[in-house]
Structure formats: C-alpha cells, structure tokens
Ligand binder design. Structure first.
Ligand code: SDX
Length: 431
C-alpha cells in the first residue's frame, strides 16, 4: 500500500506539512508527528496521553470500545480458560506459546531464581512493622540494583534475559517477605516442589512450627488472577517502566519505578481502595448516597473499581474475575460474604445510573479482584502487591521489547509553557 499522509495547514501562514499515517495490524492508525516541530514549529498537546501512542509494540492489544484484550494475539478469554500464569508469562516474554520442553525449562528457571540473597533479608528489618507492604516492595526491588552485577549490561540480550528471570522469580519471595515483616513472623524460604502461586501462598501463610498444605482452590484462583494482570498495553506503570528504561537505567530500578506508579489508587491501588470503599458503604441502603457523591463534581469521591481510560465497555478481565469470585466464595465457604453481595448490588445499580451510562463507566479488573484476594485470606494491604507480582511479567516483557530495539532513544516529552515571560531579578530592598 502506498504511504498515506495527513496534510496539516498552519493557520498563521498557510504553510502545509504531510504527516505519514502509520497503519497497525489491529486498532486505530497513528499520525507520525516526528517532523512537526522541526518543520512547522508546533508541539502537540495531550495531557494524560488520551490519544498519544508512545511506542509501537507487539505484546498486548486492547479494543476499549469492544472490551477486547489479547496477549500476543491470543484472546484473554482463551488464555484464562486453557493456559496458566507461567505458560502465558513465557508467551509474553518470547512471543509464542512454549513447547513442552520450553515450558519445563522456563518453570525450572523460575523455580531456581526464587531465593533472595541472604544479605537482602536485613533490608526488610530496616522497615518499621507498620510499613505498607508496597512501600517495602518498592524499596527492596530498587535495592536489587545493588546486586547481580553479572547481568546488568542491558546491551547484552543474555543479561536482559537473566535480569528478567530474576525479577519475575523473586517478586513472590519479596512480596511474602514484605508481608511477613509486617506481621512479625519469620521469612519462609521458597519450596521448589510447589507451583508459582502455591509457593507464594506457602511463603506468606506457613509458619515454621507446623505443616502447611496449599489449598488447590486458592492456588488455581491466584494463578488465574495473576494471568489476567500480566500486562495491559501502555498503562501508567508500564509507561513509567519504559520511560525509566529509555535512559538505560538498571533494570531492577526500572521495575521499582513501575511498582511506585502502580501503587496509586487511580491505578493498581484501586483493588485495595475498592475494599475500603465497600466497607465504608457498609450496606445496600447506603448505595444511593455514595452514587450521588460519585456524581458530585465537588466531591472527590469516585466509585473505585469503576471506569477506565481505555475500556468504554466491560473490562473483559472483570467478567472473568466476577465469575471466578462466585466459584471461590462457594469453594472457600464464604458465599454469603456481605461485601460480595454489596458489590453485586452496587454494580447493578451503578450500571443502570445515567451518570455512569453516559460516561461508559463499567467495572474494571480491580472491582472484583480484591474480593477474591479477601476470600483467599490475603490481607487488604497486600492486594496491590499481588497485582505487582503479576504485572512484573508485563513490565519486563515491555522493557525487553524496548531495550532490544535498534534505535532506543530517551523519552523526553515537551510542554505548553504558561509561566511568566522573561523578567529581571529584583534586589531584596526593591521587593
Ligand atoms: C487499572 O490503564 C490501565 O490499563 C490500568 C489497568 C491495568 O491493567 O494496568 O487496567 C488497571 O488501573 C484499572 C483502573 C483502576 N482505577 C480505579 O478503579 C479508580 C476509579 N476510576 C477512576 O479514577 C477513573 O475511571 C480512571 C482513573 C480509571 C480513568 O480516568 P480517566 O480515563 O482519566 O477518566 P476521567 O477521569 O477523565 O473520567 C471521565 C469522566 C469524568 O467525569 P466528567 O468530568 O466527564 O463529568 O468520568 C468520571 C470523571 O469524573 N469518572 C468517574 C469515575 N471514573 C471516571 N466518576 C465516578 N467514579 C469513577 N470511578
């Protein structure tokens, strides 16, 4: 197909520029504005990047209007039904589903990179007992850049791969150790005989003085939730990792920046905020009052777990998690969880409210995930930590894709300056 162009005319002088139109394999076309400032003297303006493509990627595709999510072209519904977290993690890193021997090797690598350097254990003791586990995780993951000097030459593909293995494999150990510190219990070493999620559950909930048996319902539910959270295109935390990585920073430091961005309640911190919101609403009879607050522009309250920058339809992950929620609560003997009933009613009422309908505000992945974590016995303060464990796969895959490109350039947005024009310094006695 011949190159297509979008022609722009400068209203100030009639000068024109032809901007190349780039066509995707799926989704909307983009306009390449690379020459706009150099030839026309203009920047583009898009606070929050609502309509700005920051990169090209082959990893995840989202169609927000249709509620579509694909990992490497595979629909999330098929992967949720037929795959598992580790197999999908391999797919995200390498672009293809693994053959049996590749998956077995990948599983062995993840298993044998899960231990933490013994000197890292003292880092946890430096935090006060009431530190939020996300604060501990940000600090400890960032400190990994003080280790592993044997694999941080980011120009070396093998180093990038080893750093990726270490990051994904160590997150459950760091998460569990962060949790143990906050409850004053000893850290538990990984158990190489267990699955990725079974190992996490044991490191979080076992104690040295008695046997621990992994609950298969919890193990399977966590595996599916992790699979659903692996990646989501250029969301806030992934874009943070890419921007940090574009300066060629240490890979562990880049992941720490992603964890920091994920923590916000507008992003990955929403799953924790949903539970707090449900507990604050407390009863179905209070729902109208809180929906009125959500509609009130003068009230900062927002319905946590609702709305999404991209999805203007149901988040496909929310559909899958909602169904799983029923199953987990039934199996874990908690089907009458009042907060789950409240969430169901809140969803029904919000989805029939004109304000939410007009703004296409639907439940997102965070609306139900917290309820499942709670049913699995995971404390609210650990919900976003769970999200970070899974999203590390997406961050790492997107970082590897960017760093592996030939023309890596540092990300450096511009601005619309609206501050004071140039003025002269005023001596103190003249102010
Ligand atoms: C995640 O990007 C990703 O992919 C993220 C994620 C991933 O996997 O990485 O999917 C994970 O972060 C999911 C989102 C979790 N966050 C929450 O649930 C927090 C509550 N949601 C909102 O804060 C909000 O919906 C955002 C942050 C998710 C999206 O914000 P946008 O795209 O900037 O939308 P907006 O703020 O411009 O809202 C548009 C309108 C506004 O009203 P008007 O000014 O047009 O009158 O909708 C309103 C907003 O006030 N609105 C809400 C609302 N969300 C948007 N009103 C009440 N409650 C809400 N939740």
């Amino acid at each position: 197909m011949d190159q297509e162009f979008l022609i722009l005319t400068d209203p100030a002088n009639g000068k024109q520029i032809e901007l190349p139109v780039l066509r995707p394999t799926q989704g909307p076309p983009v306009i390449d504005i690379g020459r706009l400032h150099r030839e026309m003297g203009y920047f583009t303006y898009d606070p929050g990047f609502l309509a700005t493509a920051s990169c090209h990627s082959t990893i995840t595709f989202i169609d927000g209007d249709e509620g579509i999510l694909q990992y490497r072209g595979y629909p999330i519904e098929q992967l949720a039904e037929q795959s598992n977290f580790l197999e999908t993690s391999y797919l995200m890193m390498y672009g293809e589903l693994p053959r049996p021997e590749q998956l077995e090797e990948f599983h062995n690598i993840m298993t044998h990179h899960s231990m933490l350097n013994e000197s890292l254990k003292s880092f946890f003791r430096g935090f006060y007992h009431d530190a939020h586990p996300m604060a501990i995780m940000v600090g400890v993951v960032g400190s990994l850049s003080a280790f592993y000097h044997d694999s941080t030459d980011i120009t070396n593909p093998r180093h990038r791969e080893i750093a990726a293995y270490r990051m994904i494999a160590k997150m459950p150990s760091i998460a569990a150790a962060s949790y143990k510190h906050t409850i004053g219990e000893p850290q538990v070493y990984p158990d190489n005989s267990l699955s990725f999620t079974g190992n996490l559950l044991k490191m979080m909930f076992s104690v040295p003085c008695e046997e621990y048996h992994v609950n298969p319902v919890a193990e399977k539910a966590l595996d599916l939730i992790f699979l659903l959270h692996i990646d989501h295109e250029q969301n806030a935390s992934t874009s943070t990792v890419r921007l940090a990585g574009s300066s060629q920073a240490n890979p562990f430091a880049c992941i720490a920046s992603g964890i920091a961005a994920l923590w916000g309640p507008a992003h990955g911190g929403a799953n924790e905020a949903v539970l707090s919101m449900l507990e604050e609403i407390g009863d179905v009879k209070n729902i109208p009052e809180y929906l009125a607050r959500a509609r009130d522009k003068n009230d900062p309250f927002r319905l946590m777990g609702f709305g999404h920058r991209v999805y203007k339809n149901y988040d496909p992950r929310a559909r899958i998690i909602r169904k799983m929620c029923h199953e987990v609560l039934k199996d874990m003997g908690d089907e009458s969880d009042p907060l789950f009933e409240l969430a169901i009613r809140l969803e029904e009422i919000a989805l029939s409210d004109d304000y939410f309908i007009a703004r296409k505000l639907y439940p997102n992945v965070d609306f139900y995930s917290g309820l499942i974590y709670r049913a699995l016995g995971i404390p609210t303060s650990m919900f976003t930590v769970m999200f970070a464990i899974a999203r590390t796969v997406g961050w790492v895959a997107q970082w590897m894709e960017m760093i592996g490109e030939d023309n890596l350039r540092i990300g450096r947005p511009r601005q619309l300056y609206v501050g004071p024009v140039q003025r002269d310094y005023v001596q103190m006695d003249k102010r």
